[in-house]
Design a binder for this molecule. Sequence first.
Ligand code: V47
Ligand code: SF4
Length: 370
Amino acid sequence: MLDTLTTESRQVADKVLAGERLSFEDGMFLEQSMDLHTLGQLANVVREQKNGNVAYYNTNIHLNPTNVCVYRCRFCAFRSDLKDEKAYTFDEAGIRERVLEGQAAGATEIHVVGGLHHRKKFDWYLDVVRTIHETCPKIHVKAWTPVEISWFSFITKKPVRWVLEQLVDAGLGSMPGGGAEIFDPEVRKQLCEHKADGDVWFDVHRTAHELGLRSNATMLYGHIEEPQHRIDHLIQLRDLQDETGGFQTFIPLAFHPDNTELHTIQKPDGLVDLKTMAISRLMLDNFEHIKAYWIMLGEQTAQLALSYGADDIDGTVVHELIYHDAGAETPEGKTVEQLHQLIHEAGRDPVERDTLYRRVTRNGNEWTVA
Ligand code: V47
Ligand code: SF4
């Protein structure tokens, strides 16, 4: 495979094949000079070394408890003002209903993120977690990003560690990867000026990892950022992973422009998606998993991504709002059979995992973990 490569490409490829860490300069070379085919082949070697032919998925359900948000991120089509017609907030009965729907479908996980409601106190967010956990203790609660956690710390005037401890007591199992966007301060200022910055994002994950929680990481690409911002973002994630080992999976998130302030920007195409996936796999040598979130990529690109570094396609999802408000044309959810078909068609072996990547054994909607 390396016979026809340029000398520079070959040098970087040799590093990957020898299991050596790639530098910032190598990352920029991948971004600017390596062809997509070679990138994909190299990422696939690493993907198969780490995860063989397996493609993971999970049976999950989403809950966005409110879309009312004090922030106005320019890339967000989901948020709403308090008095907007589309503003909504779940009550306890609605949350219970969503959990029971998940339980009836055999969900192992509930994924919870939302807006920062102007009028809700920390107890309301705590009760979201508690209500879910009490309704179905078996379902893993993956909830709130550092944006929310640092907001809770701000409104309670308590340290992040205290906030996380309260949430764990209420039933929090892990944290999703959102809110990372792009860490570069200048880009972040233009995208989401007032919300938690990169340092806060890392501090919250570091504290969560110290408390024994696992979490995910993301990167929002395809808007106003440049290649150097993406490589810097990945290296910062790799550095924290070296320190704590608490990240489970990385999810590159393609910007969806519809109904956002940045609607004149063209959505990244499939080639950019595959390139970003492959570069993520190559730079994040200490992450076990890279996720191709099928809702966001579309089914066909997600299938291809399973040979461009990704080993996970996320789950059944059921109620997705963030990407559908921003123009996603994928269905809002899929059955396990549909996920199996998608993975089989891509030539991989589907394996159901729980949030912590333990294998799930299932008999209909009854399940256990290995
Ligand atoms: O933080 C918001 C992004 C994130 C848009 O951890 C947008 O398993 C593109 O983090 N276009 C939330 N992206 C979603 C998220 C996630 C998704 C799936 C799995 C996991 C996981 C985490 O979505 C936000 C923001 O970065 N986002 N609006 C948009 N218009
Ligand atoms: Fe609010 Fe999150 Fe949307 Fe930003 S991305 S406006 S924090 S809901």
